[in-house]
Design a binder for this molecule. Sequence first.
Ligand code: AMP
Ligand code: MG
Length: 340
Amino acid sequence: MATRLSLTLLTLALVPLLTGCGNKDKISDEFFPMGGIPMRITGFDVSQSKFDETFERIKSRTEELEGLLSKYIKDTDISRLNDQGKATVSEDTLVVLEKAMAMCVSTDGAFDITMAPVLEIWQRAAKSGKAPQAEELASALERVGCRKLEISHSQSRVTMTTPGMEVDLGGIAKGYIIGEAAELMKKGGISKGIVDAGGDVVLFSGKGDQSFRVGIRDPLSPSDAPKNIAVLSLSDGAVVTSGCYERYFELDGEKICHIIDPRTGQPAKGPLSVTVVARDASSADAYATALYVLGEEDGFSLAKSLPDVDAVFLVDDGKGGVAIKATPGLAGKLELLKEE
Ligand code: AMP
Ligand code: MG
């Protein structure tokens, strides 16, 4: 399986002009959480000591959250839930689970954190080279459905109502983590900053001045020489991309996406990529996954109907190239890059 797809953070071109201070006032450092994703923290107009203090806080908070939300680490809230079918969980886990439930409803089931039994069948199929049996998929689908998960907020209790269910927060946890990192920067007195986790970003400048330029990767460009196809100019918010051009399995020479359509049990066959711009990073992350599942027509209609959410769909133009569809809220913020 190839590495995570990415948005590339471009220059911060307008910053020096608007603030009168150059890049010498920018401090940046990175660490590698979540299985080795580079998480880069950048603060502007901040002292080195304040930055270092905040950076350390972000590192321990990220570690803490991974220790609650990951299904791959032993004894996390999610691992205990998956092992025992019920668990008492922390406030953070409750917040993420409740957000995931709201996303499941808002996307009519396209975003579903219980789809793991189906994803695992496809992963095994890709390993063995044998396509899954229809009965096997049908039986896994009986264990899928966000309504089969019960959450009692007052008791911090989560219960799976069907045996053999599994929760996987892979489509939302990273968004929550980068959102929390940005909050820590603001709380630490940093008024302008960037959190960039492998291309999924949160930006804040508090000035409404479109200070940041975020590149959207051309999904047809090779991963060892990635190119951007467009640039978003933003002042605040989260930008998260989902797609399968880099993260997929293969079966009979066909690309099998790691994003599953929970309504059919089939790997999603969405557009080339979906980039979501939203105020809140966990919403941006969940919507990117869901809009990818819903595809070019239904996904784009949903994106247009959602307040505070915008999206850029990159689709096959039928001529071997890429066509771009963006929601009207991005007018004046999205610039297409010309081919060199
Ligand atoms: P992302 O890269 O944010 O689109 O998330 C993809 C990851 O989310 C996958 O690797 C799975 O762990 C999980 N996932 C796959 N399909 C779905 C889905 N339909 N709803 C929620 N999570 C999903
Ligand atoms: Mg996602």
